[in-house]
Design a protein around this ligand. Structure first.
Ligand SMILES: C[S@@+](CC[C@H](N)C(=O)[O-])C[C@H]1O[C@@H](n2cnc3c(N)ncnc32)[C@H](O)[C@@H]1O
Length: 262
């Protein structure tokens, strides 16, 4: 389908279709890239997330399905804080302000902006190249007018008591666990998107106090984590309210949520 630039229906409906010499070259090149370990998404340049087709380049982490649990958590918290419990009525409090720290491809900011049309989104990344991809994805999904893109180190430069939500899928793998990380990830995905420092908790340990300052009283921090750092994350959040961790579909602790006291 990538070689022919066609959809699945065309692909199966035309078994007689012969490849042209150019298409054979394109196919051979894609196979060679894949056989040296390049993730399929960097070859095709696309990944689906929350029903959207996103552009991905080696400047950004490939969005993972488990990150969709971050979106689900924010939508549930937003619906309950608006006093609305019916699942079909997930409209936000007008003007909820959401900061997505380490936006990468923009997947989290875009999904939340799509689901919460009145929300004011800020997408932050330390990587200018990643922000460029996130901007392109916003334009392709007609969401660019609702998201502000900021280059920065975590929440530096944001005012105190500013946001209703701080959401993040931060780097959370430790260099010490590097051998356990898939070779494809280690070799091809951006290092500063995956690794946080020697233990894996370093970025989160900086982000938690910054998020506390940036949130309004009663605001929520929602963050993706791994099982390896779940206990440390819980301990760093001991002074927050209503802290809990939800598992992913493999029962691995995946999303931590905690509230700033009112
Ligand atoms: C795990 S990736 C997540 C990307 C995207 N949000 C997702 O869920 O697929 C982490 C992102 O955080 C960014 N990042 C790393 N350190 C940062 C920092 N100190 N400040 C802001 N962004 C940072 C990386 O450039 C990368 O895009």
């Amino acid at each position: 389908m990538f070689t022919l630039d066609c959809d699945r229906a065309y692909f199966f409906a035309h078994p007689e279709r012969q490849l042209t010499p150019d298409e054979i070259t394109r196919y051979d090149h894609a196979l060679a890239e894949r056989s040296r370990g390049v993730p399929a998404q960097y070859i095709t340049g696309h990944q689906e997330f929350w029903g959207m087709d996103l552009i991905v380049t080696p400047a950004v982490l490939i969005p993972r399905p488990e990150t969709e649990h971050v979106i689900e958590a924010v939508l549930e918290l937003q619906a309950s804080s608006s006093g609305i419990r019916r699942p079909e009525a997930q409209s936000p409090k007008p003007g909820a302000r959401i900061l997505d720290v380490g936006t990468g491809s923009g997947c989290i900011a875009l999904a939340l902006s799509k689901e919460l049309p009145d929300a004011e989104l800020f997408a932050i990344d330390i990587s200018v190249a990643a922000l460029e991809v996130a901007r392109i994805n916003a334009v392709r999904n007609q969401l660019e007018s609702r998201i502000q893109f900021r280059e920065g180190d975590l929440l530096a430069g944001f005012e105190n008591n500013f946001a209703d939500f701080v959401v993040s899928n931060p780097p959370y793998v430790g260099e010490s666990e590097s051998d356990e990380v898939q070779l494809e990830v280690r070799k091809f995905e951006p290092r500063n998107a995956v690794f946080a420092g020697s233990t894996g908790i370093e970025v989160i340990a900086r982000l938690i106090p910054q998020a506390h300052a940036a949130l309004k009283p009663g605001g929520w921090l929602v963050m993706e984590i791994s099982g390896a750092i779940a206990e440390e994350a819980r301990s760093l959040l001991r002074d927050w309210k209503e802290a809990s961790i939800r598992p992913d579909l493999q029962s691995i602790p995946r999303v931590v949520q905690a509230r700033k006291a009112r």
